[in-house]
Design a protein around this ligand. Sequence first.
Ligand SMILES: Cc1ncc(C[n+]2csc(CCOP(=O)(O)OP(=O)(O)O)c2C)c(N)n1
Ligand code: SF4
Ligand SMILES: [Mg+2]
Length: 302
Amino acid sequence: MAEPLLEGIAQTARDRSEPILRAGNTNCGGCGMSVGLNMLSRAAADRPIQMVIPACCAIVTAGPFPASSYGAPVVASTFASAAAVATGLAHAARLNGEKTRVICWAGDGGTFDIGFATLSAAAERDEDVLYVCYDNEIYGNTGGQRSSATPLGAATTTTPEGKEVEKKDILGIMAAHRVPYAATLSMAHPEDMFRKLQYALEVRGFRFLHLLSPCPTGWKSEPADGVELVRLAVRSGLYPVYEVFGGERVRINVEAELSLEALEKYISLQGRFRKANVDVKKLFAAVTRQTEGLRQRAAASR
Ligand SMILES: Cc1ncc(C[n+]2csc(CCOP(=O)(O)OP(=O)(O)O)c2C)c(N)n1
Ligand code: SF4
Ligand SMILES: [Mg+2]
């Protein structure tokens, strides 16, 4: 039976008859991944989809067999094989003449680290797969260890005094594969996010989307602050909202205000940054350099 996407919000023609993420799932309150799945559900309202989810929080979401919190077919894969399994499904759909779009939905640990070899290989072959990384910047499912997506200064169970290495630039790396489409998604800018999800579902070939995904459990933040945190990350310039076509043409979708105040607030609202005493001014200088570099690339590819 059809369920409303969110309590209190009536179902609209944009929604799938069966939402991708059903009510009653076990995700923590305020989980950014839940917001991402609900947006995907809307964007894929009129399409058959198949999902591949490796062993991250999002597969725990499914709950114990034979019930499932997912209202779409899901293959649970190992980390190392996620993009390869999605490749197989995409080929099977094509050979059977099905319109099914295959979506790999994976965390940062599964994407930046453990599953990177098959991800890179599938991107290089330009497989017809939409790969979405919801990035909570830790190995959430196993209790909050650092990943290569963890930002500088964030305390995790394996970096208790704060991480000393900077976050990997996954969008830059994926765009360097010259895939047809790579973009970042901001859940504080739902129209932009919705447009990108719809575009990425439409385009053929390998598409990569990166979603900054607040995790109140790991970030030691208030569940209700998730969207605000992403808005602050975007305003400050820390999380650039942009898209890259064919690895070359760069378009910035939301101009960063380069606000030091927003960066300070972003840091102060999260307990994970408390121990390291992050040098916000130094971080802001790095963010400003990153933003200017991106602006130059966007101007050069106009
Ligand atoms: C090859 C392999 N290494 C390690 C693990 C243990 N493991 C299970 S979930 C997980 C963390 C996943 O992190 P991420 O992909 O970021 O997803 P999240 O849990 O944060 O949603 C790890 C390390 C595993 N299942 N397989
Ligand atoms: S640990 Fe974090 S990513 Fe995992 S379900 Fe909870 S809020 Fe979501
Ligand atoms: Mg993670």
